[in-house]
Design a protein around this ligand. Structure first.
Ligand SMILES: Cc1cc2nc3c(=O)[nH]c(=O)nc-3n(C[C@H](O)[C@H](O)[C@H](O)COP(=O)(O)O)c2cc1C
Length: 328
């Protein structure tokens, strides 16, 4: 590095800077067929990190439009109110079966999201390039074994998907998961799985995490691209309506039983799928398209009591978080 060059910010400095820009230390977690640019932009403007899976934008030209729109609208928001716009994050599937990886990743490098969240595969595929442009790589993991591998591969932070999470769920409770990771990793930790309110976000911090990662709470927002009937089903559901199954993708995920019944299946007799398919939009068994027809939610679903704008939800999370933080 030349003598007069500014040293690149450390991971800790970047995290401190990001926290300064948030209303509440949380992510609107990326969700297949749920998160799009409206949700990401609204989340970042409201003060939580907005994230979306690149696979949600199809064809690839749509991904470019999404990246373009998100970067432009957030830059405008930031110049209108400096220091108040949260960063956005792109979620990329790193599994070897992902046909879109190369194209999506090439485009991602042009738009340089501050945070890249890797899922379903080693973060190794993206680390060098994301670091080269100054971004952070957070690896989504659901076990200590995967967490150690991700840290070994050079991930900057870990998204701990714990028991009760929507989507491809975790199995370890956050109460055990966070301390298990903290015993060998002092970088940023993001905890997901059943966090439903601001107190939960604060609880994640008390455990030793840096951010909460909320998916299910953001499905029933006006800006999500979830169909209205899905959002309504969430409003009426409780934890008893959630079933875990590996039937649709070959990997255990949490689903709304009612959506399985509506698709003509018996939730109690579903057998695990033998192969893995992470994009069952086109090839689910019995022609049901997981995520599109079979809807996912986590155990925190009872907290979803209405469809509301992202700004109102974040305002509520912040009020709850502030109360929890002020507790002696
Ligand atoms: C409908 C739905 C789709 C999801 N799709 C993805 C995805 O495409 N990529 C990913 O990394 N995580 C995905 N997730 C997991 C979330 O990012 C997050 O880990 C989880 O929702 C957190 O748990 P919670 O739902 O209890 O808040 C999905 C979750 C849901 C509910």
């Amino acid at each position: 590095m030349p003598d007069n060059a500014v040293a690149p910010a450390s991971v800790a400095e970047k995290i401190a800077d990001i926290k300064e820009r948030l209303a509440v230390p949380a992510f609107a977690a990326p969700m297949f067929l749920v998160s799009g640019p409206d949700l990401v932009i609204a989340a970042c403007k409201a003060g939580v990190i907005g994230a979306f899976p690149t696979m949600n934008a199809r064809p690839i030209s749509a991904l470019e439009e999404w990246f373009e729109r998100i970067t432009k609208e957030l830059a405008d928001a930031e110049s209108a109110n400096p220091g108040t716009t949260a960063p956005w994050a792109a979620n990329i599937i790193c599994h070897s079966t992902s046909k879109r990886f190369d194209e999506d990743f090439a485009l991602l490098q042009q738009y340089k999201p501050e945070i890249v969240i890797t899922a379903l595969g080693s973060p190794k595929r993206v680390i060098k390039e994301v670091h080269d442009y100054g971004g952070l790589v957070f690896a989504d993991v659901n076990s200590v074994t995967y967490a150690k591998k991700a840290v070994g591969a050079g991930a900057d932070g870990l998204v701990l998907v714990s028991a009760g999470a929507g989507g491809h769920t975790g199995f370890v409770t956050g109460f055990a998961f966070v301390p298990a990771i903290r015993s060998f990793f002092d970088g940023p930790i993001i905890l997901g799985g059943g966090i439903v309110d601001g107190a939960g976000i604060r609880a994640a911090e008390v455990l030793g995490a840096d951010f909460g990662y909320l998916g299910t709470r953001f499905i029933a927002t006006e800006e999500s691209v979830a169909p209205e009937s899905y959002r309504d089903m969430l409003v009426n559901a409780t934890e008893e309506d959630i079933i875990q199954s590996a039937h649709f993708t070959g990997v255990p995920a949490n689903y709304l039983k009612t959506s399985i019944i509506a698709a003509g299946l018996d939730p109690d007799t579903l057998k695990p799928r033998k192969d893995k398919s992470f994009d069952s939009r086109h090839d689910g068994p019995e022609n049901n398209k997981a995520w599109k027809d079979i809807w996912s939610a986590g155990q925190g679903v009872r907290a979803v009591d209405k469809v509301q704008p992202v700004s109102a939800l974040v305002k509520q999370l912040k009020a709850e978080y502030d109360i929890a933080r002020a507790m002696p």
